[in-house]
Design a protein around this ligand. Sequence first.
Ligand SMILES: Nc1nc2c(ncn2[C@@H]2O[C@H](COP(=O)(O)OP(=O)(O)OP(=O)(O)O)[C@@H](O)[C@H]2O)c(=O)[nH]1
Length: 546
Amino acid sequence: MSTSLANRFRLPMAKTLRVIHLVFIFVFVLITFLFWQQGQLFNQGYRSSQLGHLESVIARLESRAQYKVDNLRYLKRIFIEAMDDPIFPGSPVTPWELNENTIQKPLWIGELPLPNSVTEEEAFQDKKSLEVRQQLNGLRKIRGLFPLATGDNELLADLYYISREGEFIASLSKKVNSLLINSYNPFEKQGSFVLASPLLNPKRAPFWTRQNIVNSDEALINAAIPVDFGGEWIGLLGIAFDRQSVEKFLASSLPDGSRSAYRLYDEQLKPLTKAVGAENNLQLSAEQKKTILNMLAEKKRGTLRSGLTFITFGKLKGTHSILVNTQTLGQGLHEEFGRFSLLLVTMFLIFLFFLLGAHSIICRLVRNMGNLQREMQHHALHDDLTGALNRRGFFAKTSQLSPNYVDYTLVQLDLDYFKKVNDVYGHLVGDNVLIHATWRIQQAIRSQDVLGRIGGEEFCVYLPNSDLKTGIRVATRIKWELESSALILENGLKLPITASLGVASHSEYPESSLDQIQTLADMRMYRAKTRGRNQVCWQDDADLEA
Ligand SMILES: Nc1nc2c(ncn2[C@@H]2O[C@H](COP(=O)(O)OP(=O)(O)OP(=O)(O)O)[C@@H](O)[C@H]2O)c(=O)[nH]1
């Protein structure tokens, strides 16, 4: 089919496909936007739910911390009252309390490596011995309360008292004692003691401190309250938490069924505990720490998405610590928001699958329809036997071409004695002669020339940009091509093929239409027949008679 004819059918199909692509792109963008919007809502919901969890843990931690501080206040009162308690007036300090081997005992008296510390012997020989005894009375009284503080309430387990002069340290457990001693740094003069001074703490309020433990990464968290007696600051009453007890404390504050990992950090984001809750060994990177600290400088709580991990963080009041919650994608998917998000993603994928499927089916249908249409068009314009243009196709094509070419020439040709071929050898051989003749004619013409089978054994060749002379030359070449190539039959017999040709050119009658030129060529072809066949005729009767 010629390109212009083919284009007539290709263009609408390309246009239809373009419209289909656009419609599908529009649907895809619209639905993706709706899913994205829904995803944003889920995201916001997830953020606030994570913040809500964090808030609840922070609230529990703060209330537990407050509870401990309230108890410290209460114990301080008992302690001071007990110092004046006449129950043990002037009672001697029993030797086991002074013996260093008694360190295993719940109430241990030892010596902190304070500069200018007073030795035990000195403490009980000079005037200070009374004061020491008074303090021991107070501690005995508090110790009397220890049995009441068993079970879940571990408040008193890590309770300690340090006299201001560092003469003794006393607590329930040997572990806390040794941690306190190890965390003590005489050169820094102990943060707790500085913060307990009346100058820095005129209200004598409880406070929290963090002490590094020498030769380890661990730290001790202290809730402490200054103790004053007789108008003088005499020591510190406190509760010490080592890492395990802080972790226990944190774990007991987590909401039931939490799928997140919580970790407590100090103000510089140095970890105070291991991760507690759902297993998650995430280490905050330097970049993440920087971002979190920057965000915390502006507000108390925040969230951060880091890869597949979601981080929520918030400051704790009073304790100078930061609680960080991390949730991995896997952990999040077990929660309600995670399940909804998974459902949303699955629905989107299903939608995408169906959209792509529908798009491919519709495009295939349109292409098939286009191909079918092209095939039908091809059949409508072409001869099935020879593949050349049929009468309709030939005139459709040449009438399209002729306005572009001022001069054109037509060669009309008719095979000679074709009826005989059919009659003698049968129609099949007749068909083969037609196919063979078409092929031979095509050998004799140029690619821009148009060949059509316009009747049974009748052909017409359109020669664009050609005058009569050229037409005669081409017609003679066709005649020669046909007569010089007989069809070889199955039995080896050579079947000669000849044709009578009539040539007419538009240049002869410039005012004539294509139909008129074709009629003229046809008349000349008949003249060639009557003059004996197998010849080219380009003249009219008048010319011949002349
Ligand atoms: N095998 C075959 N024969 C065809 C086809 N189309 C037309 N014919 C036959 O072609 C023959 C044409 O015969 P005529 O018009 O008498 O022409 P002719 O026998 O070639 O004689 P002249 O043209 O005078 O030389 C007829 O017998 C048609 O049946 C075709 O597609 N296949």
